[in-house]
Design a protein around this ligand. Sequence first.
Ligand code: DGL
Length: 295
Amino acid sequence: MPVREKDKPIGVFDSGVGGLSVLRALTRKLPGESFVYFGDTARVPYGDLSPEEVCRYTVEIGEWLLDRGCEMIVIACNTATVMGMAALRRVTEAPVLGMVEAAVDAVLNDSGDEDDADAGGAHRRGVGIWPLGLIATQGTLDSGVYQSAFAERAPGKPLYTQACPDFTALVEVGRTEGPDVDRAINIYLTGLTEKKIRTLVLGCTHYPFLAPALSAFMGEGVKLVDPALRLASMAGERLARNRTANIGAIEAADTGENPGAVEFWCSGDTAEFKAVGGILLGCPVDVVKRKAFGS
Ligand code: DGL
C-alpha cells in the first residue's frame, strides 16, 4: 500500500551531531511527525570545506533522504544551507528548508507574543537587538549570505561576525562544558563583548549545545538566538499549507510530549554517534544505522 503523504517522514541532516539541536526543536514543535536524521560524521566539519564540496554533499544527502521517502528536507546545518540549499531546491519539488531565513526572522521578529519569544525572537522592549553578533563557521561567514540577508532586512544596522571552528570539534565529542569549552569561548567571543553586542546569533547548529557556557560568558545583557524553534515553526506552517501535517500533532505542539519517531543515520562510527547523541539529546539513542557516501 502506498505511504500516505502525511505519513511520510521529514528528513533532517547536518555535517554531524549539531543538527540534533534542530531535531530537538522539531520533535518538540511537531511531536506527531516522524523524522529521519542523517549526520555526515565521516566528513565533518563542513566549515573548512570548499563551497563546491559542501554543495555536492548537500544534494547527495538531500536526494538520499528523498529516496528514503521523506516529504520535506530540513537542512539543519547553516554551512550546507548557504552552500547547497539552492542546488538542492533545483533538483526537487519537495519543500527544502534551511537555517538562514529562520535565523534572520528569529532576530528581527518583534511582535512580542509568546510564540515568537519561544521561536527565539530577539526583540526586547527598551533594550534593543543591536549591535548584533553572529557566530558561525568560516564557510558560512565567507559566503556573505547572512550579511546580505541582514543588510536587506535591517539596512545599516551593526553586525559583527566571528568564526568559531573549535566549537564544532568540541560538540562532536559531546563536550559542552568544562575548561576546553571555556577556553575556546574566551578566545572567540572576547572581541564581540568589546563591541558591546546585545544579541548573539548561533549561526551554526552545533553551537546551541554550548548555550549555557556562552550565556555565562556573555552575561545577562546579551540575548542568544537559536534559530531552531523558528525553523520548526516554519516546517509546521509548511506542512499545514501542504495539508500533510498531522493536525493533532500541531495542536499538541509545545507540550514536549510524545516525540515522533526518529530514525538515526550517520556516515561515520555508529557507536560514537549513539554515545554523543545520547549526551546531547539527554535521552538514549538506541539504534543508529550507517550510510557512507564517497569522499
Ligand atoms: N553544524 C554546521 C552548521 O550549522 C557546521 C559545522 C561544521 O561542520 O563545520 O554550519
